[in-house]
Write a protein that binds this ligand. Structure first.
Ligand code: ADP
Ligand code: MG
Length: 679
């Protein structure tokens, strides 16, 4: 049983909803909602000796020497309270809050906390926090990530009351005995959580964080190892050595496989010929040719008398795969079928019967593949394309249609090798680092708003040559409605203005799947010259004739996303372009755009991305069913990851009740982890 935050003092329906928005549902969640920073209220500083400019807010205390109310203009009220101590004076200033004056009296002792700055040669604090008397120093005050309508004080109050509850009910504290016993705990669990939220000193906070991070990583590694142990006990389909079908398939490929493709397939081949079911992730940049690798694996399973399934995140991708497979397997004794939400009831019925009989060897489709009545005769291999688009449960559902089938995941959002081990722990990762020959790098330019018209002129030239262009519109944070508005405005503007003689199309997240695909298909058929889109452009869509990608508001996108978007072009023989239209932005933004201009390797960009943004944004991480880490940082805490892995391995060697451990881990990390442990 997990206790809801509603049980806490001061959390009513409204605040509960807001906290839910932050992913906080239970008291245990709240205790793990760690501050993103702390304010130092541990020392009272002498007013005259606070060094300016200062980074952090300061705590000062003195006597109110003077109070003034100023009305420099109509509608403006300024309250100025001057506080002095032995070392100097500071003016506390409030704008348009006349009621504040009731809080102060000349001669009273007053504590103030806020940022101090110089104003007209005097020290000043704008709207500081104040309290009468000399404050007892309060240590460090936590600053939490907020959402609209929720204040720091709300979360602080809720956390205090949660800590109070936990003092007498230790079961509310996240974690379990296992990790605590083997960890290098120096504090009691309770004291560790207390110091994460309201640290006595920053040293104690750091000690607490490392302790909790270790426990978290230990638990994660334990889960991954338990899963691996379970996999090891499973009997998979042991395939024979490569035979005629595979040889014919390779012989008739219209191109030579790249080194990366060959190596990836060798890994896969090895795994498929072993006793235990394969669990392999193939990562390769967009356009590196992962589909053929999947086709090779599928040919191998078919050759061994089993069926294979390939699941793609969208209908358009599924169709694209189906068409490519039909070409690649042309003339070979392999029947390939397509099943999507749009397959007619009549066709579907026949198809499902044949499938059950085993007369369809490769079934390609969307989520439609996981419906209950889709039954295979002997499913031996499940391939998931763009796996980050599926949840753990969906993938498990498809795997459940066979008895321990081999599984292959494909992704274009790589994780740097240095990290793969700690993140995937239990998955074999095979990376394709090269590109098919003849690929031209996409020329990438970061430009400012002043260039917009010239870009349009350039686009017009490409279109006149029969090529097509994408325009991706600014991503408006946390507002799909505004995204849509921006895209619609630009679309109308272009189709009535600059590109009125051209065929323009619009695709956005609010459209139904069907409408979206209709537009994408029209673009694919070359019936649209300029496609305006929000950031929803389908992953993996192959339109070789599209040669320009204009990303408007590029400063708002992350590196991984920019690279993914760029991957939509440069798929044909023509030189392709990616234009990053950006407004000013921070140093970080400029750095990001610079990297995009000069780096074209997705793996290298992924590493840069991690440097910039930290592991919290590790793409695809949560989708693997791995827990959202609260105290640990898998990049910064590499030493802890390694220590945790060693301790977890040792722990598993002892006599343990495996099922009890599993349950403790599910209790700790929640349902998605359950998928990882039990499937
Ligand atoms: P992705 O890895 O992004 O899924 P695809 O599998 O869709 O890439 O491949 C992109 C394009 O490259 C396809 O048109 C495919 O036919 C082609 N291709 C794949 N492998 C090779 C190769 N070895 N030589 C030449 N072209 C290839
Ligand atoms: Mg692909």
């Amino acid at each position: 049983m997990k206790s809801s935050i509603r049980e806490l003092k001061g959390v009513g329906t409204r605040k509960e909803k807001l906290l839910n928005k932050l992913g906080i549902v239970t008291i245990t969640d709240l205790l793990q909602y760690f501050p993103r920073a702390y304010e130092d209220r541990s020392r009272i500083l002498p007013i005259g000796r606070v060094e300016l400019p200062m980074e952090q807010a300061a705590l000062v205390c003195g006597t109110v020497a003077m109070m003034q109310e100023l009305r420099p203009r109509r509608g403006i009220h300024i309250l100025k309270v001057t506080v002095v101590d032995d070392s100097g004076a500071v003016d506390l200033v409030w704008f348009n809050q006349p009621f504040k004056k009731r809080l102060f009296k000349k001669g009273m002792e007053l504590t103030a906390f806020g940022k101090m700055e110089w104003a007209y040669g005097r020290r000043q604090m704008n709207s500081p926090d104040t309290e009468p008397g000399r404050a007892t120093v309060a240590g460090f005050t936590p600053l939490y990530g907020l959402t609209d309508g929720l204040y720091q004080s709300d979360i602080r109050k809720a956390v205090r009351s949660a800590l109070q509850r936990a003092a007498s009910e230790p079961a509310l504290l996240p974690g379990w005995q296992g990790g605590r016993q083997v960890g290098y705990s120096t504090m009691s669990v309770f004291v560790a959580y207390e110091n994460m939220h309201f640290p006595e000193t920053m040293e104690k906070q750091q000690e607490a964080r490392r302790q909790l991070a270790f426990e978290e990583l230990f638990d994660m590694q334990l889960g991954l190892m338990l899963r691996r142990r379970r996999e090891g006990q499973r009997h998979g389909i042991k395939c024979g050595p490569n035979g005629t079908l595979l040889r014919q398939f390779i012989a008739q490929l219209p191109f030579t496989l790249t080194k990366g493709q060959v190596e990836a397939f060798l890994d896969i081949q090895n795994d498929m010929e072993s006793e235990t079911p394969m669990q392999c992730l193939v990562q390769g940049d967009v356009g590196s040719g992962k589909t053929v690798v999947a086709a090779l694996a599928l040919a191998k399973i078919v050759e061994n008398g089993y069926e294979g399934a390939l699941m793609a995140p969208t209908e358009i991708l599924a169709i694209q795969h189906y068409e490519e497979f039909s070409r690649l397997f042309h003339g070979l004794p392999v029947r390939i079928a397509l099943l999507t939400g749009r397959t007619s009831a009549k066709e579907r019925k026949v198809l499902l019967e044949d499938l059950q009989q085993g007369s369809i060897q490769i079934l390609i489709g969307t989520h439609a593949l996981i419906q209950k009545d889709v039954v295979f005769a002997n499913l031996g291999l499940v391939v998931t394309d763009e796996q980050h688009r599926f949840g753990v449960r969906q993938r498990a559902a498809l795997q459940g249609k066979g008895a321990d089938p081999h599984t292959l995941f494909m992704t274009a959002t790589p994780i740097p090798r240095t990290l793969a081990l700690s993140v995937y722990g239990d998955l074999d990762v095979s990376s394709i680092h090269d590109m098919p020959p003849g690929r031209k790098t996409v020329k990438t330019y970061a430009v400012g708003e002043a260039m917009r018209q010239r870009i349009y002129v350039f686009m017009e030239k490409l279109i006149a040559k029969g090529q097509q262009c994408y325009i991706v519109c600014p991503l408006v944070e946390e507002s799909e409605t505004m995204d849509l508005q921006a895209a619609t405005d630009l679309y109308d503007q272009l189709r009535q203005g600059t590109f009125r003689k051209r065929r323009c199309g619009l695709v956005h997240g609010r459209m139904t799947g069907k409408d979206k695909e209709a537009v994408m298909e029209a673009f694919q058929r070359g019936e649209i010259d300029v496609l305006v889109a929000t950031s929803v452009i389908e992953v993996g869509v192959n339109v070789p004739n599209a040669t320009l990608m204009l990303i408007d508001g590029a400063e708002r996108f992350g590196l991984a996303q920019l690279h993914q978007l760029r991957g939509r072009v440069g798929r044909g023989d023509q030189q392709a372009y990616c234009i990053l239209l950006a407004k000013g932005g921070t140093d970080e933004t400029r750095q990001r755009l610079k990297w995009m201009e000069t780096i074209h390797d997705g793996f290298v960009l992924a590493e840069k991305d991690l440097l910039l943004r930290g592991s919290g944004h590790l793409f695809g991480y949560a989708q693997h069913g791995l827990p959202d880490l609260k105290a640990a940082d898998i990049i910064g805490d590499v030493d802890l990851v390694i220590a945790a892995r060693d301790k977890a391995a040792a722990y598993l060697k002892g006599s343990i009740d495996e099922e009890a451990v599993r349950q403790a881990l599910v209790h700790r990390f929640g349902n998605d982890f359950q998928g990882l442990l039990y499937n």
